[in-house]
Design a protein around this ligand. Structure first.
Ligand SMILES: [Zn+2]
Length: 415
């Protein structure tokens, strides 16, 4: 056991003390060893490097591996551990996590060690590069999520089947029409069909069964529900001067549906956590969230970006339908003018539409920019529709409705 004490003593002395026996200062490195002759086959202790050998010393015993023929490699958790082996003792391994040992001057006198140490250094650098790469990737991901919130929301919305939107729209539509039922009239329906059919042809195949309804309401408004129900207030049709103006508003509403703005709003307002869950494939919560938010859809405000997108997509739908898209501009201008004319009635009238569809001068300006690129002498096919007749039949229907409301028909009586 003497050598153990001796080596230990030497090791202890080397902690800062000059050892006159050895050439230069001898450092010790925290180490471990696998050695069959040790109790339990292993031990912990320290490593020292002399001019000719690598020495492990611990309570379990002492091991000495010649530097000539020594092999050096990196391994263990995260490649943090340096392993030393020697062919003369194939079952023995000593190891340390103290990489400073690689700088021992004695190693440089053994040419076969140099490439191994270089390789270990290279692996370390490689690991550092991987580590830095991972950190950068994480930072990039976090930054990317912040920057790519919109694409993220869109990715989530893409996972929502259109049929769910249709179902949701049906349930909301049911709750609206129980209070203000759509006007049912063969002539009105014929006119409305003539107005909307070209638009639907223009947008092409869609997963949404679009359906248009007129309700008796004296505010200028129109709104679309997710899934394809589009509700038009009677006053909007009566205040419009051309079918192109109504079509402009409807094209804009259709675009809110095709661009799934309601769903995007829902996903955005229900929060990042929800977004992540759906993004990771868990869409089971969605139905509940949608049902709870059904009413919310009626009062939602679209973002400025959504309005702009609906304007631009709607503009495209009008062109595809061969309808003069300038009607969209003139109607927005009309609303803006009414809003600005100061009479309380006019303001109230236009506010309903404005509150959900802020017809800002900015939006009108953007549309006028789009209009600049329209061919000047282009003839549009327009509508196979007598708009005046449409408005007249609507007025007549509303009057009849008023009459029947004041006469209060008994149940079963024809209205
Ligand atoms: Zn809108």
């Amino acid at each position: 056991m003497n050598p153990v004490h001796c080596v230990n003593k030497q090791g202890n002395m080397s902690l800062g003390a000059y050892n006159p026996v050895m050439s230069g200062e001898e450092r010790t490195y925290e180490a471990g060893a696998f050695e069959p002759s040790f109790p339990k086959g292993r031990g912990s202790g320290t490593l020292t490097v002399s001019a000719v050998s690598l020495r492990f010393s611990g309570k379990a015993g002492v091991l000495e591996l010649p530097l000539a023929g020594l092999t050096v490699s990196l391994g263990g958790a995260s490649d943090r551990v340096i392993f030393f082996k020697h062919p003369s003792r194939p079952d023995t391994t000593v190891h340390t996590t103290d990489h400073a040992i690689l700088k021992e001057e004695a190693f440089s006198h053994y040419p076969e060690l140099t490439p191994q140490i270089t390789k270990v250094h290279g692996k370390k650098r490689g690991n550092l590069a991987v580590f830095l790469g991972v950190i950068l990737a994480i930072l990039g991901l976090v930054g990317g999520i912040i920057a790519a919130r919109d694409p993220m929301v869109n990715a989530v919305v893409k996972r929502i089947p259109p049929e769910w939107e249709v179902k949701l729209g049906e349930s909301v539509f049911g709750s609206i029409t129980s209070k203000s039922p759509p006007l049912e009239d063969a002539a009105l329906e014929k006119h409305l069909e003539a107005l909307t059919a070209p638009l639907l042809r223009g947008i092409g195949p869609q997963p949404y069964p679009f359906k248009f309804h007129i309700i008796d309401d004296d505010t200028i408004n129109a709104f679309a529900l997710p899934g394809g129900h589009v509700v038009i207030h009677s006053e909007l049709i009566l205040k419009a001067e051309s079918p192109e103006e109504v079509a402009g508003v409807l094209a804009h509403e259709i675009a809110h549906v095709t661009k799934r703005h309601s769903m995007r709003n829902l996903v955005e307002t229900t929060g990042t956590y929800f977004v992540f869950r759906v993004f990771l494939g868990d869409v089971s919560d969605l139905v509940g969230v949608l049902v709870r938010n059904g009413r919310y859809l009626l009062n939602q405000k679209y973002s400025r970006d959504h309005e702009r997108e609906a304007d631009e997509a709607g503009w495209g739908y009008l062109l595809a339908a061969d309808v003069n898209p300038r009607g969209m501009i003139t109607f927005f201008e009309k609303l803006a003018a009414e809003q600005g004319d100061g009479t309380v009635a006019a303001v109230q009238e236009s506010l309903a539409f404005m509150s959900t569809h802020p017809a800002t001068s900015e939006r009108i300006a953007r549309l006028e920019e789009l209009a600049k690129s329209l061919p000047k002498d282009k003839q549009y096919q327009g509508f196979d529709l007598n708009f005046k007749e449409f408005q007249d039949s609507l007025r007549a229907k509303l009057k009849a409705g008023e009459k029947s409301a004041t006469t209060k028909p008994k149940p079963g009586e024809n209205q």
